[in-house]
Design a protein around this ligand. Structure first.
Ligand code: BES
Ligand code: MN
Ligand code: ZN
Length: 517
């Protein structure tokens, strides 16, 4: 979908050539005297357009409006969450009939966060998956023009939101693809495509290189599959090399059968979504490629299938991780942590400012937090606070969970340094405690997105989360020195080059070269 931002009053929006005009009406009195504003004000007064975000009133060919259909949509207090529900409802109504061009105008002044929320909600409501369903009704809305009182004042948040949408939609695409259309090899190729964007480089390692690195834990998960594993390394360099990067690590299990510790058949198809952490890293890089912020980011994706086979790793097998720690694989279905631990060890070579892993890690996290908030675990209070704030700002929320050492008791093993499972109790936390053993050399956070990365049931599909959270967090770091503690930098958005063309190497200023081991 093509987004545009324009300075438009409601009266000017009425003259815009489009199929549907959406007028977003907040709680403040609507004072303009153009016909549509007068209509909206009188509907409000009569109680036909209640002041509750998401309430709609549809009109057909009202006098003086070019668009055939008009949807008046309440956005309550005008805060991002309210704009989001108002826009979601209005765009869903707009697309009930084919509509190629939609204009969406704010009847009252709108700030950057409100405009960003409108862009993201409109994209969300109009998204259609077509890759393996080519006859599906394609997305009808091709062009969305957003009208605000002063386009110049909100152009940066608008551009960032548009870039975030591209990232979210890339994450959805890969999340939604069935496992036979999203193998580790194909994920590697998708990452390579991103490597063509300005300031992004991509390297994809295969089984031999991974073995050479000593990633025995990752390799053990992959060994039961006919699909070769991939270890993807993405780098975005928007700041001098001397600035420590944030490393994002995404779980890329393209299908999780559970392995020998086989999962039950019901809903096993949903384990195609077990690479949504990886997809969120790809999506975040897609957004970085557009926004070109002055930061450095590394993306690491260990990717393989978890299959049941004559060669598959067995319960009780002991494997040696890249860190040197031995692991007793008591349950082959706790495979996410086995691939992530080696990626965390690999992350150390970047001397990172912070490392954040993103993983559909535990069913226990779904029980704890449902589909509303992702689980956040962190050894670093500043980093945790920055991620919580980014989740609020992007409405892609998370909730901090504990990491007391007592939770690690159950991970003790008689045959290895650590076991890969503890008891049933506190399963999301014990998984995080396992990962923490491999993340002691840097500020680290873990996002368990098992509940938030996709929806089940009739609305089954990837959500693209937590791309919004990650982009918001990274933009908050622009201007920071890359301090070890995840300190927030200058105001989000400063020093970026959104919308401008950035040369492939021109925007990579020389600096002190950091040594990589
Ligand atoms: N990919 C799953 C986690 C998952 C399960 C996410 C259901 C969303 C819905 C993960 O690999 C897994 O199987 N975890 C096990 C861990 C257990 C064996 C300790 C789980 O949560 O059951
Ligand atoms: Mn599993
Ligand atoms: Zn899994």
């Amino acid at each position: 979908m093509d987004f545009q931002l324009k300075t438009l009053t409601v009266a000017q929006a009425a003259a815009e050539k489009s199929d549907v005009l959406i007028v977003l009406a907040g709680s403040a009195p609507i004072v303009s005297k153009d016909p549509l504003s007068v209509l909206a004000a009188s509907a409000r007064k009569a109680g036909d357009l209640p002041d509750k975000a998401g309430k709609l009133l549809s009109l057909y060919r009202p006098e003086g409006v070019v668009a055939g259909r008009v949807v008046l949509a309440a956005i309550g207090d005008g805060k991002p969450a309210s704009v989001r529900s108002g826009v979601a409802a209005a765009v869903s109504a707009a697309k009930a009939q084919p509509a190629r061009r939609v204009t969406l105008v704010f009847a009252q002044p709108a700030d950057g966060p409100a405009v960003a929320a409108a862009v993201i909600a409109a994209a969300e409501a109009s998204y259609v998956y077509t890759t393996t369903k080519p006859k599906a009704e394609p997305r009808s809305i091709r062009q969305l023009t957003i009208g605000v009182a002063d386009a110049g004042a909100v152009s940066q948040p608008f551009d960032e939101a548009r870039a975030t949408v591209r990232g979210i939609e890339l994450a959805k695409e890969w999340g939604n693809r069935p496992a036979n259309h999203a193998t580790p090899t194909l994920l590697g190729e998708a990452a390579k495509e991103l490597g063509k964007l300005p300031n992004i480089k991509c390297e994809v390692l295969g089984p031999k290189e991974v073995e050479k690195l000593g990633m025995g834990s990752f390799a053990a998960v992959a060994q039961g599959s006919a699909q070769p594993l991939r270890f993807i390394v993405l780098r975005y360099q928007g700041a001098p090399k001397s600035q420590a990067p944030v490393v994002l690590v995404g779980k890329g299990i393209t299908f999780d059968t559970g392995g020998v510790s086989l999962k039950p058949a019901a809903e096993m198809d949903e384990m195609k979504f077990d690479m949504c952490g990886a997809a969120s890293v790809l999506g975040t890089f897609r957004a970085l490629g557009d926004i070109q912020p002055a930061i450095n980011v590394v993306g690491l994706i260990p990717s393989c299938e978890n299959m049941n086979d004559g060669r598959a790793v067995k319960p009780g097998d002991v494997v040696t991780s890249m860190s040197g720690q031995t692991i007793e694989v008591l349950n082959t279905d706790a495979e996410g942590r086995l691939i992530l631990c080696d990626a965390l060890t690999y992350a150390k070579r970047f001397e990172p400012a912070a490392v954040i892993d993103i993983a559909t890690l535990t069913g226990a996290c779904v029980i704890a937090l449902g589909g509303v908030r992702s689980g956040l675990f962190s050894s670093d209070d500043t980093l945790a606070a920055a991620l919580e704030a980014a989740g609020e700002a992007s409405q892609d929320r998370c909730w901090r969970m504990p990491l007391d050492d007592d939770y690690a008791e159950g991970l003790k093993s008689n045959f290895a340094d650590v076991a890969n499972i503890a008891g049933r109790a506190g399963g999301a936390i014990t998984a995080a405690k396992f990962l923490q053993r491999f993340a002691s050399d840097f500020a680290w956070a873990h996002l368990d997105i098992a509940g938030t990365a996709w929806k089940s049931g009739a609305a089954k599909g990837s959500t693209g989360r937590p791309v919004g959270l990650l982009v918001s967090y990274l933009m908050g770091r622009v201007g920071s020195t890359g301090a070890e503690d995840g300190t927030q930098g200058a105001k989000a958005g400063a020093k970026t080059k959104v919308g401008k063309k950035a040369g492939k190497s021109a925007a990579a200023p020389a600096g002190k070269t950091r040594t990589e081991k």
